[in-house]
Write a protein that binds this ligand. Sequence first.
Ligand SMILES: NC(=O)c1ccc[n+]([C@@H]2O[C@H](COP(=O)([O-])OP(=O)(O)OC[C@H]3O[C@@H](n4cnc5c(N)ncnc54)[C@H](OP(=O)(O)O)[C@@H]3O)[C@@H](O)[C@H]2O)c1
Length: 248
Amino acid sequence: MRLKNKTALITGGTSGIGLATAKLFVREGARVAVTGRDSSRFEALRRELGDEALIVAADVRSPADMRAASRHIGETFGGLDILFANAGIAYATPLAATDEARYDEIMDVNLKGTFFTMQAVSPILHEGASVILTTSFIIHVGRPGLSLLSASKAAVRSLARTWSRELLDRKIRVNAISPGGIDTPLHGRVGGTPEKVQAIKDQIASRVPLGRIGEPDEIAAAALFLASDESQYILGAELVVDGGISQI
Ligand SMILES: NC(=O)c1ccc[n+]([C@@H]2O[C@H](COP(=O)([O-])OP(=O)(O)OC[C@H]3O[C@@H](n4cnc5c(N)ncnc54)[C@H](OP(=O)(O)O)[C@@H]3O)[C@@H](O)[C@H]2O)c1
């Protein structure tokens, strides 16, 4: 019970990494709130996360949505010990073939969404809270066609440093997790047949020094470490969990 008596919000906690982390945090004793947009999944989620969990519809691109979610969570939980700003999207954006709408979509979810999540939630964070942002292995390497995904996540990496300073007087630690290729529904969201999605995952796996794609539980374990008091001397850092793809 490493999160006993703690409260946590996980944005994008309705799928993939966020959902795996929500389940782990519940098992470790936390009261957990998750947000996402697709409310058709909420009924099934309730069964997975239990009656104690708060499931809130909110779009991270909307500061008004995030303020409303923060108010609701603050009134129900009395404040937050942990924020995992995990909601994000990934699309290829080749230089010659990317329009403004796609630019806005990626930046709005990954960067603006993280910024306004933090702005909305900051007032209900307890002293000593742990904030975990989500970057990507892609920010450490150069992959053609992924410039906007990479740039949006590199900006998020920077936020972890600045916010750790900005919130130092409240002893709030802000760190980031940098996942490698992880086996989640994200890879299927660009469309394409199951075979095509599998081919993308196989291609990722072939580049990973450990020889396989990662599992959502492996990121959840890192999030648990950063969320818990075991990491109390770590702030402004990025924990790389990518099978070595960005490091060796
Ligand atoms: N999987 C990987 O290989 C990988 C690698 C590096 C980094 N990451 C990062 O890890 C994080 C989680 O990704 P995942 O792989 O778990 O993806 P996923 O399975 O697609 O889950 C993404 C989550 O974010 C939510 N979300 C997306 N857009 C949103 C919006 N505008 N407002 C609110 N919620 C939104 C989704 O809920 P709704 O659809 O209901 O909105 C969903 O709960 C992302 O930040 C991603 O960039 C993933």
